[in-house]
Design a protein around this ligand. Structure first.
Ligand code: 3H9
Length: 697
């Protein structure tokens, strides 16, 4: 037996211990070890009962996701579960930590389950585009019925040990060490008649066939129109648990599992699982220790500053908020309190937690108030001279070693850093709006930024429950650079004959919550106008320039805040209505440039928008602004609403073929050099591993 599974006998009870850090994933070695251990325990006459336990922080958190997509290695997890369940001596699973996916299924194959009270249980396979494929869809409903089983497998949220006891999934919790409690339990079982209790033979959950069928039908209806593949398959499997004998149900589940595993959706979602974890790794994080941060200063209490303050308060930090004058400060403090008020109304925090958060917040109108802060983030308007002024003032009051961060979305942090005494302490922390909700934080590393300052940025983002993505300095960093390319592609199509409403509808149908013109209206057209003006002097004169946005800004059609942008918003409504005057303005622009409009179908609109994103993404990797293609996927999913189940733009491109994309870009480039394929494609295509090698860094 390998090191991953150990076996010893303790006074008539065999203890089978899994040891495969960090999360005891059920890889091939563990699976083989378990089968051998159960064979040995069964063959050993001294053994009267068996306890299955795991070392370290958790009972297995699932199958080993890295094995999916590779040739299968026997024994396969469903067979291991069946082996455990078929043992002719009572088996007690002693569980703790995060008992997820295949780990939970393994526990369900035991005859009894005893849990540490802090254990959480879940079947989150659907987040990976698959379904519980080791008997979970058959065993769970046999215990707790269809409704609870479907919630567990589709709603995704893990449940507490107490809830698992309520549902009958767990036989008890113990405050003693869970292995000792399970040993006592196992001793009590020895010699008892009917001590074997295979889950496959349980029927409590099947006792109300009408209710069962109703729950299945309700979930099926709730999922109508859902673009995801796995949830509907889960419903089919749970239905099969009622209709088929156990073995037939298992075979049905196996076929459905394999369908899911082979799907692009699963490849995309599994990619995102690892991409999110990879994004938190950067060379500076590996080599430097983060600086301690307890108090955070925030300058500017607008939407961004208030959201960032709320985020830090949520995570337990002390926050000092500075705004220009008392009325602005009062508004900002009220805005922060209203974020917590909403959370209380939703039940996600208590009134006492609100008070506790507000007690850690102080407001001031003097910069000196941040003199004790370990980190100060400026969140003032997106104007270089204003930001330089704020940095210069902060430089005079902050304590030695304090980190100065900017929340700029576009501006050059090297220029900002050059104006302060310690440029090595400067970095960008680019949050996304609403900052207390959105998970992305771009950690922008300047030429002079010290490694420990970068490491601090990463650590803080994680403490806030956010996903940090490292970015080098570029106008718009990673996310907004890609957004700009996306909008350019869309604007080209507008001028050539598409309407903004067609483009928005196409991108929504793809899975974005909003189309690019809806987003422009929401953010304000003046932001991208300011960028275009700022970059005017460096603009390539050979590149096509679309002036539609500029003309709209000149007319004051700045988006929702102005009551009209690409859409009109009557009486402050946030639901835009298509505007014939916008179509007229676009038509006038076409005429001015002598363009004869042509028709665009959704396929072409989508293709052009996505390929512009991917081409820009490839250039960001090539120019070392992004560390790896998968970071681009993470940024676009968590900052810009790219549908997670499509894997992000880079993964989506890889799944549909990089060679054909490169060739199509070459064709487009005959229209305009904007489309020139990134040289990165040739490198990657020649190497033949897709983006794998680049993602591995
Ligand atoms: C399944 O079970 C299918 C079956 O139904 C049927 C099979 C036939 N595999 O997240 P962390 C790695 S599908 C491989 O940073 P945390 C992770 O990549 C599975 N690796 O820690 C990371 O590596 P690195 C169903 C895994 O404390 C390291 O462990 N289960 C797996 O924030 C630490 O992870 C799930 O979907 C895995 N299953 O969170 C659960 N899990 O250090 C997936 C983790 O190199 N896992 N790793 O970056 C989780 O949700 C979280 O990892 C967990 C811990 C909550 C457990």
């Amino acid at each position: 037996m390998g090191q991953e599974v150990k076996f010893n006998v303790n006074d008539g009870v065999a203890v089978i211990t899994i040891n495969n850090p960090p999360v005891n994933a059920l890889n091939a070695a563990v699976r083989q070890g378990l089968v051998t251990a159960f064979d040995d325990a069964e063959a050993n006459d001294d053994v009267k009962a068996i306890v299955m336990f795991a070392e370290g922080r958790t009972f297995p958190a699932g199958a080993d996701i890295t094995e999916f997509g590779k040739p299968t290695v026997d024994p396969w997890l469903p067979d291991v579960c069946n082996r455990v369940e078929a043992t002719c001596k009572p088996v007690v699973a002693a569980v703790h930590g995060t008992v997820l996916g295949g780990g939970f299924e393994l526990a369900l194959a035991a005859h009894y389950r005893i849990a540490d009270p802090m254990t959480t249980f879940g079947l989150p396979e659907v987040t990976l585009g698959i379904l519980p494929g080791a008997g979970g869809t058959q065993r769970v409903p046999r215990i707790c019925g269809a409704e609870a089983a479907l919630d567990l497998m589709i709603a995704k949220a893990p449940i507490s040990a107490a809830k698992a006891v309520d549902l009958g999934l767990i036989d008890g919790v113990s405050r003693a060490h869970v292995r000792d409690a399970a040993l006592d339990f196992a001793h009590e079982l020895i010699g008892k008649p009917n001590a074997l209790r295979p889950t496959r033979e349980r029927t409590e959950g099947l006792s109300d066939p009408v209710g069962y069928a109703r729950a299945v039908a309700a979930k099926r209806q709730a999922l109508a129109g859902n673009p995801l593949f796995a949830p509907a398959k889960i419903v089919d499997c749970v239905e099969a648990a009622m209709l088929l004998p156990f073995e037939g149900g298992l075979a049905f589940e196996q076929a459905a599992f394999e369908d899911c595993l082979r799907s692009d959706q699963s490849a995309a979602l599994r990619h995102v699982f690892f991409a999110e974890r990879k994004a938190t790794k950067a060379p500076e994080v590996a080599r430097a220790k983060p600086r301690p941060v307890e108090i955070v200063g925030i300058v500017g209490g607008g939407t961004m500053g208030s959201g960032i303050a709320a985020s830090f308060l949520d995570a337990g930090f002390g926050v000092v908020l500075v705004d220009r004058d008392q009325p602005m400060l009062d508004t900002a403090l009220a805005r922060i309190e209203s974020v917590f008020d909403k959370a209380v109304r939703k039940g996600s925090i208590t009134a006492q937690m609100l008070d506790e958060r507000m007690a850690r917040l102080t407001g001031d109108i003097h910069y000196f108030a941040v003199s004790e802060a370990d980190l100060v983030i400026e969140c003032v308007i997106e104007d270089m001279s204003v930001k330089e002024q704020v940095f210069a003032t902060l430089d005079a009051v902050i304590k030695p070693g304090a980190i100065l961060a900017t929340n700029t979305s576009y501006l050059d942090i090297n220029t900002l850093a050059a104006g302060v005494a310690h440029p090595e302490n400067v970095l960008g922390l680019h949050f996304f709006s609403p900052a207390h909700v959105m998970r992305l934080v771009e950690v922008v590393v300047g030429e002079a930024t010290e490694a420990d300052v970068v490491a601090t940025g990463f650590t803080l983002a994680k403490k806030l429950g956010k996903i940090p993505v490292r970015s080098g300095v570029a106008d718009g960093f990673i996310g907004n650079s890609i957004l700009a390319a996306y909008r350019t592609a869309a604007d080209f199509m507008l001028e050539d004959g598409a309407s903004p409403y067609q483009v928005d509808a196409t991108m929504r149908a793809f899975g974005f919550p909003m189309g690019p013109y809806q987003v422009l209206d929401l953010a304000g057209l003046d932001i991208s106008w300011a960028r275009r003006k700022r970059l005017k002097s460096t603009r390539d004169p050979e590149m096509r320039y679309i002036a539609i946005g500029d003309k709209m800004c000149q007319k004051g059609w700045l988006g929702q805040k102005a009551g009209r942008g690409y859409y009109t918003y009557a009486d402050g409504s946030r639901l835009g209505v298509e505007d014939p005057e916008v179509l007229g303005l676009i038509a006038a622009e076409r005429e001015r440039k002598g363009i004869t409009p042509r028709a665009f179908g959704p396929e072409e609109i989508l293709y052009r928008c996505l390929s512009a994103m991917v081409n820009e993404g490839a250039n960001l990797v090539l120019n070392k602004i992004a560390q790896r293609p998968s970071d681009i996927d993470v940024a676009m999913i968590h900052g810009y609403g790219f549908p997670r189940w499509r894997g992000g733009p880079m993964k989506a491109a890889e799944l549909s073929g990089l060679l054909s994309l490169r060739n199509q870009l070459r064709e487009f480039a005959k229209e305009d050099k904007f489309w020139t394929p990134s040289p990165l494609f040739d490198e990657v295509i020649k190497a033949g591993h897709g983006f794998d090698t680049l993602n591995a860094v």
